[in-house]
Design a binder for this molecule. Structure first.
Ligand SMILES: Nc1nc2c(ncn2[C@@H]2O[C@H](COP(=O)(O)OP(=O)(O)OP(=O)(O)O)[C@@H](O)[C@H]2O)c(=O)[nH]1
Ligand SMILES: [Mg+2]
Length: 228
C-alpha cells in the first residue's frame, strides 16, 4: 500500500511543474488567466457569456473550455465575442496542466488580455490539478443547496473568489444563505464572494469590477502576483 503514495505524488508534482511552465507562457504574453470551476450546470458558461458581453471593447477575452464531449460551451463563448477553444477530455473529470499546455499552443495569446478557462463540471477532481492560471474561481448556484461547502471542502478551500449564481431562484429554493456563507468562511476566511444572477443581471457589476481590477492590477505591474 505505501508504494502507491509516491506515484500519486509524482503525478501531481509533474502536473505542478507543467502548470508553472504554463503560467510563464501566459505571463510572457502579458495575459491574466482565471480557472472557473463548478458542478455541472452551475452557470460557468453563462457567467463567461455575460462577462465577455459586458467587457467587450475593454478587454480582449480568450476562453478555453474543458468538457468531456461536444463544443457547445466554446461555441456559446465564441458567439458572445470570445476567442474560444474547445478541449475534449475524452472522459476525464478535470483539466490538467498538459491539456492546458496543448490548448495554449493553439491559442493566439498575443490577441487577448484575459484568458478564462472553464473547467469540467465537477466539484472534486478539478481542485487537485493546478493549471497555471492566476486565480481559481468557484461558481456555486442556489439549486445545488446550501450544504455544498461542507460536503466539498477541497474545492472551497482552493479558490480566490466564489460566485453564488442563480440568486433569482432564492424565492423557490430552501437555500439558507447564512449557513452557506458560514461554511465558506470556515474553509476560506475572507474569500471574496459575488451573489449574482446571470439571468437577471443582478449582482454582475461587482463581479465585473473585481475581475477587471484583477486584470489591470496584474498587468500593470512588473510580473504578476499569483495566488496558487
Ligand atoms: N434561473 C437561472 N438560470 C441560470 C442562471 N445562470 C445559468 N442558468 C441556467 O442554468 C443552466 C446551466 O447553465 P450553464 O451556463 O450551461 O452551466 P455550466 O456550469 O456551464 O454547465 P456545464 O458546462 O454543463 O457544467 C442553463 O439552462 C442556464 O440558462 C441564473 O442566474 N438563473
Ligand atoms: Mg459550461
Amino acid at each position: 500500500m505505501p508504494q502507491k503514495i509516491p506515484i500519486v505524488e509524482s503525478i501531481l508534482s509533474a502536473n505542478d511543474r507543467l502548470a508553472e511552465e504554463n503560467r510563464a507562457r501566459i505571463e510572457a504574453a502579458g495575459v491574466f488567466a482565471i480557472n472557473i470551476m463548478a458542478s455541472p450546470g452551475a452557470g460557468k458558461t453563462s457567467l463567461i457569456e455575460q462577462t465577455v458581453l459586458a467587457l467587450h471593447g475593454k478587454l480582449r477575452i480568450g476562453m478555453i473550455n474543458g468538457d468531456i464531449a461536444t463544443s457547445l460551451d466554446a461555441d456559446r463563448a465564441a458567439a458572445a465575442g470570445a476567442t474560444a477553444l474547445q478541449v475534449n477530455t475524452g472522459g476525464e473529470c478535470h483539466l490538467d496542466a498538459v491539456m492546458l499546455r496543448d490548448a495554449l499552443a493553439r491559442l493566439d495569446l498575443g490577441a487577448i488580455d484575459l484568458l478564462i478557462v472553464e473547467n469540467v463540471g465537477n466539484l472534486v477532481c478539478p481542485a487537485g490539478f493546478a493549471l497555471g492560471t492566476h486565480r481559481n474561481v468557484l461558481v456555486a448556484s442556489i439549486p445545488e443547496g446550501d450544504d455544498k461547502p461542507y460536503k466539498y471542502p477541497g474545492m472551497y478551500r482552493g479558490v480566490q473568489a466564489v460566485v453564488i449564481n442563480k440568486i433569482d431562484l432564492l424565492p423557490y429554493a430552501d437555500f439558507r444563505m447564512d449557513i452557506f456563507k458560514k461554511g465558506i468562511e470556515a474553509l476560506n476566511p475572507g474569500v471574496v464572494q459575488f451573489p449574482l444572477s446571470c439571468r437577471s443581471g443582478e449582482g454582475l457589476e461587482a463581479w465585473l469590477d473585481w475581475l477587471a481590477g484583477q486584470v489591470n492590477t496584474a498587468t500593470s505591474k512588473d510580473g504578476m502576483e499569483v495566488n496558487k
